[in-house]
Design a protein around this ligand. Structure first.
Ligand code: 9D3
Length: 225
């Protein structure tokens, strides 16, 4: 998979992309993440990327020209088909199903915005979908792009090492995690449930399932059908 990111702040991405699963997935060639600075395509003395909204109103709007030219440059680099996604607060809510859907693409082109939003012709002219990561206000689309990349890349075949168990994820589909414990058996007087020390795998599995259901009902009733 190739993931292109168009942003005014490419440096924001370097640290999060260079740890653990994301780092290994890039090193092994599972994913190529290409960061492009929209400002590199801006023109004129001030390399302007934003301007005042027609009709008035607060804030600034991302201009068409630098985004279109950055996008076209990337299409010339690789004509691999894929999906073009604008990160915007009014987009389709991102969730695990959407992450799974996107992980089946050959290429994703993510456009992260700043300011009050994009000139509408960026969405219509590039045929872009819009995605939001949730109903809270952030300062731009960069963190949402990183969240999406993390969720999508770890789903790519071969991205998870042995220690990161992928099978468990689908097995407990839709339920919260059961409580987990590791050594020591007693810490500051707090004990580990007896059953987990019993070695009885069938009873342990049943106990975990029951705890998962119990917690989902209590903490995330919205997830229970
Ligand atoms: C004044 C109206 N605001 C919309 C709620 C303007 C506005 C606020 C914040 C416009 C852009 C932003 C920056 N946020 C994003 O670019 C963004 C975002 C988010 O804020 N929350 C959740 N998902 C996303 S995806 C991109």
């Amino acid at each position: 998979m190739r993931i292109d990111v168009l942003t005014l702040f490419p440096d924001m991405f370097t640290s999060p992309l260079n740890y653990s699963i994301l780092k290994r997935a890039q090193e092994s060639g599972l994913v190529e993440i290409v960061l492009s600075n929209i400002r590199d395509f801006a023109i004129g003395r001030y390399r302007q990327v934003d301007d005042k909204p027609y009709g008035g109103g607060p804030g600034m709007v991302m201009m068409c020209q630098p985004v279109f030219e950055c996008y076209e440059h990337l299409l010339n680099e690789s004509s691999q088909p894929g999906r073009t996604i604008l990160l915007t607060p009014q987009g389709r809510p991102f969730d695990q199903n959407l992450a799974m859907e996107l992980s089946r693409e050959q290429r994703l082109i993510l456009i992260a915005g700043r300011y009050e939003g994009f000139d509408e012709r960026i969405r219509t002219g590039l045929g872009a979908e819009q995605i939001s990561i949730g109903d809270y206000v952030l300062s731009g689309g960069e963190l949402p792009a990183m969240v999406m990349i993390d969720a999508v890349v770890r789903l790519l075949e071969g991205a998870l090492g042995d220690e990161d168990s992928a099978e468990d994820d689908s097995f407990r589909e839709g339920l919260l995690e059961y409580p987990q414990y590791t050594r020591p058996e007693v810490y500051r007087g707090m004990t580990v449930p007896e059953i987990l020390l019993s070695g009885d795998h069938a009873r342990i599995a049943a106990w975990r399932k029951a705890r998962s259901i119990e917690r989902t009902k209590r903490w995330r009733p919205d997830l229970m059908e």
